[in-house]
Design a protein around this ligand. Structure first.
Ligand code: UD1
Length: 424
């Protein structure tokens, strides 16, 4: 098993490049598999969730080449409609194969997905959405089986403006007969990215980025070439790491408009924020002030930046509160922060952070992708050495984590066996 050893107490300074969006890549790679054709995707991050999806699609018959940054998918041979349990169980986005297979072949057998342990995370909304497109859907023995001779367009209200449901519905409905209207759709930049790519493939999607998305189905999609949008969650993580260490970090390539809620909160906490055409820079200027933060679907404060924000707020003066409204139990990281001396407690859906704490290095684990990032941020700001286990959770979502942190002046060493496996 691998661990990360971080010697804290150094201010992070300098510039790093933002990676391509993980969540966007997962949706867009799945979209590419809708066409019996070849697509080339640029700016795909080399992280474990992406390689897992690659392996799933290969098991379904696609041929994929993945070199740093560029993924080429040839989905002509994708003829298997049953997704493998052992790969799907580890990742929620594996469920996009349900929308792809249903849209392309009219039948799908996909295991109920796994993923980060941050709440129940069922797929009931997705299933209701497929049913609204005329599919017959049953769940038995841990698998979802869905079938339709031909999907037909329909009206669907997306509960809780679910990101994954909106994505899966765009995938399936792109190949349905007739027009689908999604109300209360998710509005994330990654939804827009996916819709833009699908339209390049020949789909007819309007309204992505608003809460009403209209999809006119088509009989056939073709391959295309596309560059994935930058990862606002990865970029935000480095900005928060810079802030927590009293540093000065520029995340190059980050799109400021995608993180307005984060930047507003950072300014409120007393940090200097410089959004520009080259990226986003955040500089510590003195004491960090406590904050009240509510997570919310985009354009609200991203739930995927909640744990990292909490880690930074352990260094802020006063009592901060973060109310988690998207996932019901995204709090495992708080146990790890407490081991490092943070004064953090969870009450219902709210995390209370009293600061500033004098954090000290300790053996801890990365409980999930973003919870792991929170632990890394605390370790960077702590006195002494922190050893982080379960690094595989960080590798699911962060490309080249220790390289980027080292570039910013951190002391980080990975111990243990080789890094993530090459796919393709
Ligand atoms: C995606 C992102 C994740 C991000 C989240 C919210 C990927 C791979 N993951 O997750 O990083 O934090 O959006 O921006 O892109 N729900 C149900 N039933 C369903 C679907 C969702 O109850 O069928 C609930 C979830 O448990 C959660 C809420 O709805 O409480 C929102 O989930 P959703 O927006 O669907 O998140 P994901 O697509 O899973």
């Amino acid at each position: 098993m691998e661990t990360l050893r971080i010697t804290g107490g150094r201010r992070l300074r300098g510039a790093v490049n933002v990676a391509g969006g993980k969540n966007s890549s997962l949706a867009i790679i799945a979209a590419a598999a809708l066409a019996a054709d070849v697509s080339t995707l640029e700016n795909v991050p080399h992280c474990r969730d992406v390689t897992t999806l690659v392996e799933i699609l290969e098991a379904l018959g696609a041929r994929i080449a993945f070199v740093p940054g560029r993924l080429t998918i040839d989905a002509r041979g994708l003829t298997n409609h049953a997704a493998p349990y052992d790969l799907c169980r580890s990742m929620r986005a594996s469920f996009y194969t349900a929308g792809v297979l249903l849209g392309r072949m009219g039948r799908a057998q996909v295991p109920l997905p796994g993923g980060c342990s941050i709440g129940a995370r069922p797929v009931d909304f997705h299933l209701r959405g497929f049913a609204a497109l005329g599919a017959k859907v049953v769940t038995e023995h841990g698998f979802v089986k869905a079938a339709a001779r031909r999907l037909r367009g329909g009206l669907f209200y997306v509960p809780r403006s679910s990101f994954g449901t909106t994505t899966n519905m765009m995938l399936a409905a792109s190949m349905a007969k007739g027009t689908t209207v999604l109300q209360n759709a998710a509005r994330e930049p990654e939804i827009v990215d996916t819709a833009v790519f699908l339209n390049l493939m020949g789909a007819r999607i309007r309204g992505a980025g608003t809460d009403t998305i209209t999809i006119e189905g088509t009989d056939e999609l073709h391959g295309s070439t596309y560059t994935i949008v930058p990862d606002r969650n990865e970029g935000g993580t480095y900005l928060l790491a810079g802030a927590a260490t009293g540093g000065d970090v520029l995340v190059e390539g980050m799109i400021p408009e995608h993180v307005t809620a984060l930047l507003t909160k950072l300014e409120e906490a007393g940090l200097e924020v410089v959004p520009g055409t080259d990226g986003v820079r955040v500089r510590a200027t003195g004491e960090i002030r406590a904050l009240d933060v509510d997570t919310a679907p985009y354009p609200g404060f991203a739930t995927d930046l909640h744990p990292q924000m909490a880690a930074m707020l352990t260094l802020a003066r006063g009592t901060s509160r973060i109310r988690e409204t998207v996932f019901e139990s995204r709090f495992a990281y708080t146990d790890e922060l407490r081991r490092m001396g943070a004064d953090v407690r969870v009450e219902g859906e709210t995390v209370h952070v009293n600061g500033p704490s004098r954090l000290s290095g300790a053996p801890v684990e990365a409980p999930d992708i973003r919870g792991g990032a929170a632990v890394v941020i605390a370790a960077l700001a702590a006195e002494g050495e922190t050893e982080i286990s379960k690094v595989e959770n960080l590798d699911r979502g962060y490309e080249g984590l220790e390289g980027k942190l080292t570039l910013l002046g951190a002391r980080v060493v990975r111990d243990g066996s080789a890094g993530i496996r090459e796919a393709g």
